[in-house]
Ligand binder design. Structure first.
Ligand SMILES: Nc1ncnc2c1ncn2[C@@H]1O[C@H](COP(=O)(O)OP(=O)(O)OP(=O)(O)O)[C@@H](O)[C@H]1O
Ligand SMILES: [Mg+2]
Length: 236
């Protein structure tokens, strides 16, 4: 479904991604893990068109997307939940969700209410808060809203940047269940996580990024027993 081939990207002079090769099959959950500054968020931004490539290409269902604008990438079915719960603070919960839905062309009001019902079923805590301004929600609620907003664009592929960050263990468990449901509903997922244990529990495969390069990749069931992975990412 998604293929990064030889992707190199930089901010100004600083090269951040070097020759990244990464692929995701339809209906997989693929994890991308790595230390702070390794380039995980930059990889997601390259896919969603926020960061331009220096070289290489990105294919989505065999079509090149690396020259498209970010809003075009949303409209072809790639949603992005950015790092740090970026919701629109001055908009209500409902308005945030409506903005998310506007990424999907051809939306009718009946579709909108059906999609709203679907996200409220997944995150019931949002429903009584539809008129609340996003800035006044708790961190966990804002994270649910950020995920819900991305789901409103009906993504075929969802890019999630550290969704568990700052959530209590109970909320991380709820989030894990929600991610499973999102996949069961037909959305493929690329999951960036510092919480490698959570990522390994959810993902079919994983890539390990070290200073902008893919250091390791494979099925999570095999990577779990790899000594380097155990020492660097899974040690308690
Ligand atoms: N807008 C920017 N301008 C300049 N350098 C940047 C910019 N954004 C990121 N970088 C640099 O690119 C490198 C990779 O950053 P990135 O955010 O992709 O890392 P990450 O793996 O997501 O880290 P973290 O786990 O801390 O979120 C870092 O060295 C960072 O300082
Ligand atoms: Mg990051």
């Amino acid at each position: 479904m998604l293929k990064l081939e030889n992707v190199t990207a930089s901010y100004g002079f600083a090269n951040v991604l070097h020759n990244i090769d990464l692929s995701i099959e339809k209906n997989e959950i693929v994890a991308l893990i790595g230390a702070n500054g390794a380039g995980k968020s930059t990889t997601l931004k390259a896919i969603s068109g926020v960061v331009k490539l220096n070289s290489g290409q990105i294919l989505f269902n065999d079509v090149r997307i690396d020259k498209l604008r970010p809003e075009e990438i949303v409209s072809i079915g790639i949603g992005h939940v950015p790092e740090g719960r970026r919701v629109f603070p001055g908009l209500t919960v409902l308005e945030n969700l409506e903005v998310g839905a506007s990424g999907w062309r051809g939306m009718k009001s009946t579709d909108l209410s059906r999609d709203l019902d679907r996200v409220f079923e997944m995150f019931p805590a949002l429903k009584p808060r539809i008129k609340q301004l996003a800035w006044s929600m708790s961190g966990g609620e804002q994270q649910m809203l950020a995920i819900s907003r991305a789901l409103m664009s009906r993504p075929k592929l969802l890019l999630m940047d550290e969704p568990s960050l700052g959530l209590s263990p109970l909320l991380v468990q709820n989030l894990t269940e929600s991610i499973k449901i999102i996949r069961e509903n037909g959305t493929t997922i690329l999951l960036v996580e510092q919480n490698a244990k959570m990522a390994f529990d959810l993902a079919d495969r994983a890539y390990v990024l070290e200073v902008g390069e893919i250091a390791l990749s494979g099925y999570t069931k095999d990577l779990r027993t790899d000594d380097r992975v155990k020492a660097a990412y899974l040690a308690a």
